[in-house]
Design a protein around this ligand. Sequence first.
Ligand SMILES: CC(=O)N[C@H]1[C@@H](OP(=O)(O)O)O[C@H](CO)[C@@H](O)[C@@H]1O
Ligand SMILES: [Mg+2]
Length: 562
Amino acid sequence: MNEKQRTLLIESASRFPPPQGVKLSYGTSGFRADASILSSTVFRVGILAALRSIKTKSVIGLMITASHNQVSDNGIKIADPTGGMLTQDWEPFADAIANAIDPKDFIQLITEFVKKEDIPIGGVQSAEIYLGRDTRPSGEVLLEAAKQGISSVVGAVAIDMGILTTPQLHWMVRRKNMGMKVSESSYFEQLSNSFRCLVDLIPKEDTVTSKVDEKLIVDGANGVGGEKLEELKKLVDGLIIEVRNTGKEGEGILNERVGADFVQKEKVAPLGFSSNDVGISCASLDGDADRLVYFHIPSICNMKIDLVDGDKILSLYSLFIMEQLRALSKKENSGMIADYSVKLGVVQTAYANGASTEYLKQLGLDIVFTPTGVKYLHEKAAEYDIGIYFEANGHGTILFSEHCISWLESRTNEVSSTSKGSEQHKAALRLLAISNLINQAVGDALSGLLLAEAILLHKGWSIKRWATLYQDLPSRQLKVKVADRTAVTTANAETVVVKPSGLQEAINSETAKFPLGRSFIRPSGTEDVIRIYAEASTQEAADTLAESVAEHAKCFLGLNKS
Ligand SMILES: CC(=O)N[C@H]1[C@@H](OP(=O)(O)O)O[C@H](CO)[C@@H](O)[C@@H]1O
Ligand SMILES: [Mg+2]
């Protein structure tokens, strides 16, 4: 590192002293904490992003958001050149620099890292970083910290893309690195065009007899998703969407009793919904619009909901894609059959409802489990020609391999010359439209919503029909603040506790008391808590199982005194 670069880093780092007595960790989705202590972290991640951009010779994204956390929190995460999450190899470096106690230490870490990774820092090579943020009030100050971090690396340029959903920023980074046009309007155009394409391919006779819902009400969590959906819906014909909890002045507080996380965990309607909405199809986005769940309110008596969670969205997508693949491999007039069999896979986590896994198995799908956190699911899904992944909480997407897309394209060309308009031809076009609609970088509530709506229209299904695909097993999630959550280590996609020893045996003996019982605990990657999950044949049993496992966890780990 040359002298000019070193001086620049030391000067700027001294303006961003780290918080005292706090240990930060890159976690399941970047750094998250109370916004008031994050400036130095965001500044340092700005530098990391610049190094990553130099190393990969690509545009890197920096998103300032704390997703579904309370409004006073904020966070920062990195989008890698493909639009995915930061490569896991760099996470230890992210942790190390975020926790370096003084500028000297910090510079030392950077010097060692650029040497090890052979990063030509100092201006030989340029770097470009796209910045996005959600609607949190702390976003502006943190944006400034990120810019200062970036500009303390010689040759690095920050480009502020403004207030965006997390998936929009990831999409932009991916597109830019593919040499394509990047703007918010091109994002909206791509989504609305591919949605229209799917709707145009709906067999006409089916639409007449359809029982589809007339409108969809969307809870925007008082975050960025609501305002973006207002924009997007102007371009989408054939859907009536009413957006609530848009976060406009006086509408409510970000994520407070609203949003996908609240709805999925509490299983009640968000604020802003009432008994007037009984029977109507509804959906909830989370604070940065990378999660989506659906629901309807079955009765005017209370605000309990019938939840259509990520597992059911995954099931709907899987069913539709399987149907298209089947149509594609059928022998038609052309006499041709599919010349390679598409490897379709489904990825879930331990939080997936047992009934969903059973349903997907019955469809004959290949299902794999990974630890919690989309970085793990995404990586696994990318091993298939078409990989569908979802967390129960509504984060997920469908990945198409390059090989699969070019095969679909050549298939479409072939079939359109021999049997244009055939079922085979339409199936190939539908799959291509899905690959354009659904975000290939990360889970995206807006594109996910348009795909779900297109499939419902195609099948002539209402949300009630969709909800009956299978019946969820009753489940309960709890969280406990323990003395040190890192004392818990797990194995087998987080379904088994390895440490502290004896705890798994205690969980096993509780679980054995309940028919269809299943329970596991794991340390959260985004909050200072241990999460407890339990599932059983009745709600009461699931509640009791969760409570007793929580008691064991407290006993083994001790409570947090602070
Ligand atoms: C049980 C649960 O919903 N966990 C969520 C939550 O992670 P935790 O590590 O459980 O805090 O936030 C992650 C980021 O949004 C998401 O990927 C994950 O699924
Ligand atoms: Mg989110």
